[in-house]
Design a protein around this ligand. Structure first.
Ligand code: CMC
Length: 429
């Protein structure tokens, strides 16, 4: 008679243990009963980088990496990219359901009316070098918001969480645009509440002397779709960071700053910047085969390829490739496009990549789109951080309200020295 349990025999002792299986998963703490001596700590599981460990139960985002499926709250990413807007998708991620017309209006109103930042934040920005990386400025200014909103510490108060959510989603584009203007040495442009979320972002980035900025609808929609595609991606490095840092019950601004820092790394949100560096380094279509040879020799990586979870074409990359052509039609083709297409063509046929199931990921084409839109490379990860904020807050809130979650505190396998006595300086060799 089949049972939902796993029998484990410890060959050191000959004892057999039966542990329950729920959702195809065993609980690591059920292994603790496995001991040789009663005084032993008990068996633990070793899983560096969480390759096969679920750290939470989540209802936000579903990925089937083998099938190339991504869904937010059950809705396929392809449908959301085609029919939704970023603000509606953010509502969905945070509330679990699509909003009614009235709910969307109210949500949009509140996010839009939290786009302004305290004037003192501008003084922090002024303190940065003219060429400071915008991600460094974004991490710092988001962290600084915690000093302005003391009520944010009240994390178990639903009203307070709601307020911080409006502020975080509302202010993120403003801070992002201000970092860009700081780099250019141009005056900051204040939010225009008549415009859409991406339209207002474009306004704060690119407005010069015109009395009213009118965003180009193609760019506005392209940015909105890119925001939808980047809104969440279940337990990735930065989501895991906001959950881990948030598990200490710190305020959401400090936890979000930590998540942005995680995103900054070249293996995560920094990869889109690395892709453009790489394509520039390759230099021409003719040099792609040589570069691929170097990748296969382990000298370098093909940035924008591979994914911990997707072992198939990243569904976001497919949508992004299409947006790329909409933007190129308007703004002109990136000179790096042909090199990127050749890398993709060779890699998709080459045994090295096929065997390892390395496909283009979300970052492979985004850099080219952003470049064509006029963004400097340093802004690329910032463009990832803006929409990911809704996913981070959804993950953070789910963690806070989960009665099984506690402060994140992994175990280690200690292989260092056993106890030894302090050696006086004169006795050291
Ligand atoms: N180019 C060449 N070889 C690769 C690549 C790549 N981009 N990615 C993985 N491999 C190889 C790797 O060398 C290893 O080969 P072997 O088995 O012979 O040692 C095998 O594929 C498995 O790689 P891994 O490093 O164990 O895989 P991982 O799941 O730890 O890493 C990854 C995932 C995304 C960090 C990695 O694929 C990578 O470094 N890609 C390039 C950076 C990138 O594009 N990052 C953006 C990720 S998507 C956006 C996001 O979610 O942040």
């Amino acid at each position: 008679m089949p049972r939902d349990t796993l029998s484990i025999t410890d060959n050191r002792t000959g004892k057999t243990y039966e542990v329950p299986i729920t959702h195809d998963t065993i609980r690591a703490t059920d292994l603790r009963q496995i001991k040789v001596n009663p005084a032993d700590f008990g068996m633990v599981s070793y899983d560096p980088a969480f390759n096969n460990t679920a750290s939470c139960i989540s209802r936000v985002t579903y990925i089937d990496g083998d099938a190339g499926i991504l869904r937010y709250r059950g809705y396929p990413i392809e449908e959301l990219a085609e029919k939704s807007t970023y603000l509606e998708t953010a509502y969905l991620l945070l509330h679990g359901e699509l909003p009614t017309e009235a709910q969307l209006k109210d949500w949009t109103y509140h996010v839009t009316h939290h786009t302004f930042i305290h004037e003192s934040i501008k003084k922090f920005l002024d303190g940065f070098h003219y060429d400071a990386h915008p991600m460094g400025m974004l991490i710092s200014t988001i962290a600084a918001l915690s000093t302005f909103y003391d009520d944010a510490k009240d994390i178990f108060n639903a009203e307070s969480r709601k307020k911080q959510t409006f502020r975080l989603i509302g202010k993120m584009p403003t801070l992002a645009a201000f970092t860009y203007r700081h780099n250019l040495g141009m005056p900051f442009v204040y939010p225009d509440n008549d415009l859409s979320y991406p339209g207002n972002f474009l306004n704060m980035l690119f407005k010069t002397s015109e009395s009213k900025y009118r965003p180009n609808p193609v760019l506005e929609r392209a940015l909105d779709v890119l925001f939808i595609l980047h809104a969440d991606h279940e337990q990735n490095c930065s989501a895991n960071t906001i959950r881990g840092v948030g598990s200490s019950h710190v305020d959401p601004y400090s936890a979000t700053a930590a998540a942005i820092a995680a995103l900054y790394g070249p293996l995560h949100g920094g990869a889109n910047e690395e892709v453009v560096h790489m394509l520039n380094e390759i230099g021409s279509v003719a040099k792609v085969p040589d570069f691929i040879k170097r990748v296969k020799a382990g000298e370098t990586r093909l940035m924008g390829f591979g994914h911990r979870v997707y072992k198939n074409y990243d569904p976001r990359a497919r949508i992004i490739k299409k947006i790329a052509y909409d933007v190129f039609d308007l703004m002109g083709k990136s000179p790096l496009l042909e090199i990127a297409l050749e890398c993709e063509r060779i890699a998709l046929e080459d045994d090295y990549f096929v065997k390892r199931k390395l496909y283009p990921n979300v970052d492979f084409y985004t850099g080219l789109i952003y470049q064509s839109m006029g963004f400097p490379m340093t802004m690329f990860p910032v463009l990832f951080a803006i929409p990911r904020t809704s996913g981070w807050i959804a993950q953070w809130e789910e963690m806070l309200l989960d009665s099984e979650q506690k402060i994140a505190r992994p175990r280690q396998i200690y292989l260092g020295h056993d106890t030894r006595s302090y050696i006086p300086m004169e006795a050291r060799t």
